[in-house]
Design a protein around this ligand. Structure first.
Ligand code: UDP
Length: 314
């Protein structure tokens, strides 16, 4: 297949490109580098099955050639990034998603939207099932991301219902692995950075809030399976292994052998208290569940950050 990947220079987008190329597909990658990095795709230069186009998908653009599938991963995704770029985040979920849906429609191509567990907001149902409509603050600091993705889901369903586009919607939960940005403020890079530099682990609030972390190769496998399915409604993709942020800090300390202290900082506004995917639907529909153990995934991630930090310092 010839596949358009928007947001290809991001953390998950770049791993998806690798996987699609390894499966023998041709990839046309797009990104405007608002938060993505050319480094994440540098190893693909020279691959005859791969082409990169620098493009802001919120602006009108002509997608060259014929496509069999369009995969939309374009969006700032870390809280620091989307709060720094709230308008761009709203635009990419709305105009950007519509522009990409138009490409899918014109090409009679499949369309995959990568949405988010943030659609559930600060959830009142636990674990989160796809049929839960969420508890989102529409005007809070996270609203630019949450409502952008909720709109993206709505317009994706509208293109399916109105024009019959073969759409899929993934609701991605916390994902980690190599190629996360060192300084995007998310908890994995923040704690790994603390471990590598023997700096305090900054736990926000009491650290009793929970998250469930999925390794990137597992997530990408789920995306590929979903993109081939006929399921039109959202499917959760994430690892159901839930832990408190304090436990997570202790875990990274142990895996990295760090002796740095844990320090507590104020909890950001609207920080969800609990998050854990119910993945029964993905299991039944796609035969998918995460396989990479947390310790193995963290070891790979720490090794990546160690190398990256050394090359930045050199
Ligand atoms: N967090 C933390 N210390 C940090 C960064 C994040 O305690 O240095 C917490 C944050 O408050 C949240 C969780 O870790 O409860 C996950 O944060 P992240 O920004 O990675 O993603 P989120 O799941 O909130 O979108």
């Amino acid at each position: 297949m010839r596949i358009l990947v928007a947001g290809a220079a991001g953390f998950i987008g770049s791993h998806l490109c690798d996987r699609l190329l390894a499966e023998g597909h041709t990839v046309v990658a797009m990104d405007n580098f608002i938060t993505g990095s050319a480094d994440n795709l540098a190893h693909l230069e020279g691959n005859s099955q791969y082409e990169f186009i620098e493009q802001d998908v919120t602006r009108p653009f002509a997608a060259p050639g014929k496509f069999d599938a369009v995969m939309n991963l374009a969006s700032p995704a870390s809280p620091i990034d989307y709060m720094e770029h709230p308008i761009e985040t709203l635009e990419v979920g709305s105009k950007g998603t519509q522009n990409l849906l138009e490409v899918a429609l014109a090409n009679k191509a499949r369309f995959l939207l990568t949405s988010t567990s943030e659609c559930y907001g600060d959830p009142l149902v636990h674990p989160q099932v796809e049929t839960y409509w969420g508890n989102v603050n529409p005007v809070g600091p996270r609203s630019c991301y949450d409502e952008s993705k909720r709109f993206a889901e709505a317009i994706t369903m509208a293109y399916h219902r109105r024009y019959g586009v073969a759409t899929n919607i993934a609701r991605i939960f916390n994902t980690y692995g190599p190629r996360m940005q060192l300084d995007d403020g998310r908890v994995v890079p923040a704690f790994v950075d603390s471990a590598l530099h023997n700096q305090p682990f900054t736990v926000f609030g009491s650290g009793s809030q929970t998250r469930s972390f999925c390794y990137v190769s597992d997530l990408v496998d789920g995306l590929c399976r979903l993109a081939m399915s006929d399921e039109r409604y959202p499917v959760n993709l994430g690892n159901p292994l839930e832990m408190t942020i304090l436990e997570f800090a202790e875990h990274i300390k142990a895996v990295s052998g760090s002796s740095a202290p844990i320090e507590f900082r104020p909890l950001p506004e609207d920080d969800p208290k609990r998050r854990k995917p119910d993945i029964s639907k993905a299991k039944a529909l796609l035969g998918w569940e995460p396989k990479v153990p947390l310790d193995k995934g963290l070891a790979e991630t720490i090794a990546y950050f160690r190398k990256k930090t050394a090359s930045v310092a050199a």
